[in-house]
Design a protein around this ligand. Sequence first.
Ligand SMILES: [Zn+2]
Ligand SMILES: [Zn+2]
Length: 443
Amino acid sequence: MRSFVLAGFVFLMGAATAAAQDVPTFVKPETPALVDTYKDIHAHPELSHFEERTSGILAAALREAGYTVTERVGRYPDGSQAFGVVGILKNGAGPTLMIRADMDALPIVEETGVPYASHVTTKNKDGVTVGVMHACGHDVHTTVLIGTARGMAAMKSRWHGTLMLVGQPSEETIDGAKAMLADHLYERFGRPDRIIGLHDTNGLAAGTVGVRSGSSASSSTSVDVVIRGIGGHGAYPNTGRDPITLAALYITQIQTIVSREEDPQDPTVVTVGHIEGGTKRNIIPNEVKLELTTRSFTDKSRDTVINGLKQMAAGITASAGLPPEKAATVTVLEDESTPVLYNDPPQTEKVKGTLVKTLGADNVIDIPRGMASEDVGVFALPSHEIPLTYFILGAMDPVKLVAAKAAGKELPGPHTSRFEPLPEPTLRTGVTAMTSVAISLLQ
Ligand SMILES: [Zn+2]
Ligand SMILES: [Zn+2]
């Protein structure tokens, strides 16, 4: 009994100490353990739809920090279960704040050379063996969420309301947020009043953050195109219609949508990221498949891109004199598309104020909007119904970043095999920033 009382006293003392501390002072001694967690997650990356181990680590950490945790939240359109994690911590009356972190990795062979580099390989959906790497830094995001969970639990006396921590699967395939909403995320766990999240970057030094109000990242639309022709012997191209030549013409022509049809003040991107056609050098195939991604900030420019892709596909088919059944097809994949990421201006100004106060004005940088898409905006619901703020976390070694800039170069960025966040200052800054912002939004 005596030791129980004593343990309770020590616990209360600990809680009182944490409550009295400022956030950076609390986070600093917590960081070494978080670095270990980060390195473990980094060395064991999992592709989108397969985040079983990572989601288990997150769920266990949230449970240990006192959250009520539900695993396997999310359902994909094919009916399969997703590895979403939801941790709830109720702390009296007040608003519900959702903090979102994504957990998935990319099919890339890691070339950073760090001691905790991934050596994981797996088979992709086509049965091809690929390397797996946390090349988008979602291991940083997951670890920051764990650190923030601990900070918020320890500093409960400084905020009121409900904290809803979300570990999202499948950001890279942009179907994870949709899968969680389709599994009634808000009906089951409550609809949040505010949402925050972060993404790490190669453009800023560890120790700094970037913020932007309003449109911050473009929408992305995935499009499949099939260019058809008439197959035959490679030695007698005149007897068929070569879809590879037609695809080459099409790929070149669609860049004129951006350069000649769009308003130059309203930026767009059209990229063909995958092309597949033919089996052998001397056979003209029947068709060529293209996978495209397009980016825009407005519905008008998105429509211009999609209409251009359709018109030019029809034009290519017509110019080859192909019959209607050989017409090229353009399919917009709405399930693989994301809305514009819109940072709610009043909330974002408040977040920025907190970041300046916590990290210092020199460490909070105004950033331009970007063309990289993010599905976190899906959680904000159509027309940006729930205020969202998504800020950027500097992740680069400051010395290396200065040297690269002096040489007019960039350090390797997300989606490359050499993207290398510097763990300690990045995680410490991420947890400090996220915890401070969460406390400020739950007053
Ligand atoms: Zn990514
Ligand atoms: Zn990412």
